[in-house]
Design a binder for this molecule. Sequence first.
Ligand code: NAG
Length: 317
Amino acid sequence: MLAQGPKFTRFSKTSIFILLCLFFILYHQPIRQAQATPEGPSVYDPFREGLQPALPRIPEKIWYKVGPKGLSDQSHEWLHDCLHKNPAHRAQIMTDDTGDQYVQQNYGDRPDIVDTYLSLTVPILKADFLRYLLLFAEGGIWADLDVSCGDVPIREWIPETLRAKAGLVVGWEFDVGWGENFIRQFESWTIMAAPGSPHLLMVIDDIMDGIRQKTEEYQVPVSELTLDMVGNVIDFTGPRRLTDGVLKSLELARNETIDMASISNLLEPVMLEDVLILPGYSFAASSNRYDNENVIGPSLVQHHYAGSWRNHNGGEG
Ligand SMILES: *[C@@H]1O[C@H](CO)[C@@H](O)[C@H](O)[C@H]1NC(C)=O
């Protein structure tokens, strides 16, 4: 019994020491955190951020638009394949009529947009305009009918660390392999957006300005605007309108000129503000040429160039 005395005492001293250490740690930890609080929300806590699941801002909805002939068998196949690969996504197929209704119902606070959209008669101008209007109002993914999905699920298109931040996703159409004098443009057959993107509003307002200028120039109402009057559709409502509007909006937001070299010849996505710019291989693999195929990532969609805008009357084929 005596032999256990000193042992017990030694154990107690150790316990007390450990308890003191614990007390010291527990007591000081909350104080350190409390002191950090007055510094406000700018204090970055990577541990806490890491526990938050990254909620994507972009709705899981794919927008399609059919012309008067409806969905071709081929488009039907691509659309089904895409939904099969992305079971969480749903599709909404717009028609000329539902497109008109949608714009009327969702742009009540912009009667100028409603009037202009409903008055336009050239199908390709309306089809271009509609994608920006749908994505600005509701967000989601726009897909032309000649687009098929690759094997990477849409949920993985945006790098995980950027999913909670990305409000607009565009991909270079011509970026690599065209020389440096070529005008780069974002393709417009696949665009992802969160609702209310200011960059898309810029595109929409620029289209409105463009239409106003042309109707004044030719002294015609919007309803009599023809494809010949508007010039190049790519510039007027298409990919270059999208590219110019987004870059202009980004320059306004950043109050600085965007250095094109910093977003050109991409081998990885680049994030500017909340705009994710994907390399050419992501959405437009067939329009970019890389010296070393090993350095590029997967093709996310394939564009089959049904070439609807080439149709002389601006029809949708
Ligand atoms: C934008 O940049 C210019 C020149 O660098 C500067 O004078 C101006 O104050 C800036 N504007 C804003 C709103 O930050």
